[in-house]
Design a protein. Structure first.
Length: 133
């Protein structure tokens, strides 16, 4: 039996794979950029020139970067018998939604999606071990 736990946030994912005889940890770095959108007035005077911020361009680019990140994760967890997804931010919920939409076979193996704080690698391993006991 092969159980996998994924702790993830926007910058990286820690994938813990537990079988009867081994336990491995793999780190997947995401290429999702942190966008710092600057906009507004270029002057301190009221009614001065305004910078136009194209939020939709940034959001679309981020959405495409998340799609690539989640596709890579799906390839790594497709052989699992049971999957737990956990992490501190909303990225875990986005991954679950992507699995529901594009990877129904993998989505059927997801046992839970839970909130967890930032953790060390050893804490992540222990958390996954305890969940699948």
């Amino acid at each position: 039996m092969k159980n996998i736990g994924i702790w993830l946030d926007k910058s990286k994912a820690l994938i813990v794979t537990i079988t009867a005889e081994t336990e491995t940890l793999e780190t997947v770095i995401s290429n999702v950029e942190n966008f710092h959108i600057h906009g507004g007035s270029g002057t301190r005077f009221k009614g001065g020139p305004q910078d136009v911020v194209q939020d939709s361009r940034y959001l679309e680019r981020e959405k495409n970067q998340f799609k690539v990140y989640f596709d890579e994760l799906a390839l790594k967890i497709k052989e699992a018998d049971g999957i737990i997804i956990f992490g501190p931010a909303e990225v875990k919920d986005k991954l679950k939604s992507e699995l529901e939409a594009s990877y129904s076979e993998i989505n059927a193996k997801v046992k839970a999606v839970q909130v967890a704080d930032s953790m060390t690698e050893n804490q992540v391993k222990a958390w996954v071990r305890d969940f699948f006991k």
